[in-house]
Design a protein around this ligand. Sequence first.
Ligand SMILES: *[C@@H]1O[C@H](CO)[C@@H](O)[C@H](O)[C@H]1NC(C)=O
Ligand SMILES: *[C@@H]1O[C@H](CO)[C@@H](O)[C@H](O)[C@H]1NC(C)=O
Ligand SMILES: *[C@@H]1O[C@H](CO)[C@@H](O)[C@H](O)[C@H]1NC(C)=O
Ligand SMILES: *[C@@H]1O[C@H](CO)[C@@H](O)[C@H](O)[C@H]1NC(C)=O
Ligand SMILES: *[C@@H]1O[C@H](CO)[C@@H](O)[C@H](O)[C@H]1NC(C)=O
Ligand SMILES: *[C@@H]1O[C@H](CO)[C@@H](O)[C@H](O)[C@H]1NC(C)=O
Ligand SMILES: *[C@@H]1O[C@H](CO)[C@@H](O)[C@H](O)[C@H]1NC(C)=O
Ligand SMILES: *[C@@H]1O[C@H](CO)[C@@H](O)[C@H](O)[C@H]1NC(C)=O
Ligand SMILES: *[C@@H]1O[C@H](CO)[C@@H](O)[C@H](O)[C@H]1NC(C)=O
Length: 332
Amino acid sequence: MRIIFIAWLFSITILTILCIKTIPVYSQCLEDQKSLLLQLKNSLKFNPAISVRLVNWTPINDCCGWKGVTCDQAGHVTGLDLNSESISGGVNQSSSLFRLQFLECLNLANNSFIFTQIPSSFGSLTSLKYLNLSNAGFSGQIPIELSLMTRLVTLDLSTLYFPGIQSLQLHNPNLSTLLQNLTGLTELCLDGVNISAKGSEWCQAISSSLPNLRVLSLSNCNLSGPIDYSLLKLQSLSEIHLGSNNYSAPVPKFFANFRNLTVLSLSSSNLKGQFPEKIFQIPTLQTLDLTNNGLLDGSLPEVGQIGSLQRLLLSNTIFSGKLPNSIVMLIR
Ligand SMILES: *[C@@H]1O[C@H](CO)[C@@H](O)[C@H](O)[C@H]1NC(C)=O
Ligand SMILES: *[C@@H]1O[C@H](CO)[C@@H](O)[C@H](O)[C@H]1NC(C)=O
Ligand SMILES: *[C@@H]1O[C@H](CO)[C@@H](O)[C@H](O)[C@H]1NC(C)=O
Ligand SMILES: *[C@@H]1O[C@H](CO)[C@@H](O)[C@H](O)[C@H]1NC(C)=O
Ligand SMILES: *[C@@H]1O[C@H](CO)[C@@H](O)[C@H](O)[C@H]1NC(C)=O
Ligand SMILES: *[C@@H]1O[C@H](CO)[C@@H](O)[C@H](O)[C@H]1NC(C)=O
Ligand SMILES: *[C@@H]1O[C@H](CO)[C@@H](O)[C@H](O)[C@H]1NC(C)=O
Ligand SMILES: *[C@@H]1O[C@H](CO)[C@@H](O)[C@H](O)[C@H]1NC(C)=O
Ligand SMILES: *[C@@H]1O[C@H](CO)[C@@H](O)[C@H](O)[C@H]1NC(C)=O
């Protein structure tokens, strides 16, 4: 199982490498690509004292050698990683960013585009496989145009809650319309996005469109329950993060039938009733977080029946029964 997990980690790493330059690139940047990047730099508002990439983009150098820029062999810009660059604005509908037609990876995470909507022009980046706008500060309705990025493998729009900062909304389009054509997604992170949907809606939206999903992260999305059986179609699921919602329902028994599950996180979600003991037996499960479900009952399994569990978080639940001696060592 460890080998399987490592293989999975490795495949995630490959995708990440697309965006982070680890191998020297010998291709020569094409003039039009360089000019688009310089226009982008000039329009972006950022703090040069904090920036470590943008600030070093200088016209005299080959743009494929600039920090945060990745190119293909022909000299087209295929990756742009501008996360944590203190960017506070300067991306509007007509930004030169959206003319980088060869972009496959774009990371603008952890910036402060506060009080700005996600520009619909993102939809013109149809080659994108990896889009990361997590904690970028965007708010308001997520534009329907994102559904045009049909090659996406990873979509991360998650936002931690900051008081005073508005959340992203997913109403029109709703989750189902947004995901309809994003069928290649293996990783979907919409934590903190206001989805406000009931169990049958959000579960079916995901299960009918994303057959290859491995990571599902929808914490704090104002989801309600009950969690729908249709989710079980997603047999590749490896990580489920669905905490900080309000299901007012039991944990479904069918969760025990996810064959590749490594993380199950359902904290603070008003889960009730008896926790299905079979879930402990999922052979791949490493982390189980059920904290802050004050009405969730259950008993601890026998040691022989806990698969490969390494982290078990149960505080503020009403789990009872005898703690097998050997399980103590498993709780870290
Ligand atoms: C978009 O931003 C550019 C550069 O900051 C500016 O010149 C242009 O007028 C803006 N366009 C719109 C439609 O706001
Ligand atoms: C976010 O960006 C700031 C710089 O603006 C940096 O100091 C901080 O470490 C970044 N946080 C993360 C989680 O990357
Ligand atoms: C998005 O970017 C942030 C900051 O670089 C990183 O911490 C996070 O893991 C990325 N998300 C995904 C899904 O790769
Ligand atoms: C989502 O939006 C589509 C298109 O507007 C609509 O047909 C569908 O009923 C909506 N789904 C839900 C669950 O509201
Ligand atoms: C999804 O693709 C179908 C077929 O190409 C198209 O008719 C539909 O409008 C697309 N939906 C969205 C939300 O883009
Ligand atoms: C979330 O969406 C619901 C339904 O549209 C709305 O009533 C609620 O005010 C929104 N909450 C936030 C925090 O934006
Ligand atoms: C959650 O969704 C419900 C129903 O749409 C809405 O009335 C409520 O305001 C939402 N709560 C939050 C915190 O957004
Ligand atoms: C489960 O994980 C293994 C190893 O990563 C993979 O080969 C297998 O295809 C996965 N199963 C599903 C249904 O995705
Ligand atoms: C959770 O949902 C239940 C049933 O819809 C409702 O009674 C309760 O007030 C909600 N709890 C919170 C914290 O919103």
